[in-house]
Design a protein. Sequence first.
Length: 156
Amino acid sequence: MSKSSQSVLVQIPLMIAAVLKYFAGQTLMLDGVKVASADAVKTLQAYADALKAANAAHAQWADLVVTARKLEPGATALVTQIEAYVRAVYGNANAILAEFGLSVRKRATRTVAAKVEQVERALATRVARHTAGPKEKAKIHGTVPTAQAPEVKPKA
């Protein structure tokens, strides 16, 4: 129950009692509209009842969500295991899969244009990253620069 609905549920019975005490049988001019005090009390009581019912339903829903979340890991694992077992026993293309709510797994076929695009992108990536394959790496050998002895100048 939110704070606003709690405060409203506390305020409404007080307001109903005050309206019955001070405005019983009168017609009130509220926001330019004439409202009988009895109608105001009925509306306030209906609103309070609806809020109580909504809060009770929300609490029940929250309890059900907690219960579902507790059951979820075991049930999810069970579904996965049954699916794997059914696919292992009946295969992937069997009509029995539909009775278990499973669909036939189809392997996606790629077009020649998509394959060419993939190869071009892979080559462009290698060039951009300056990567080399194993054969290209084998051709690269480092060289150690030879150190030159410093020249010794004779003293004159």
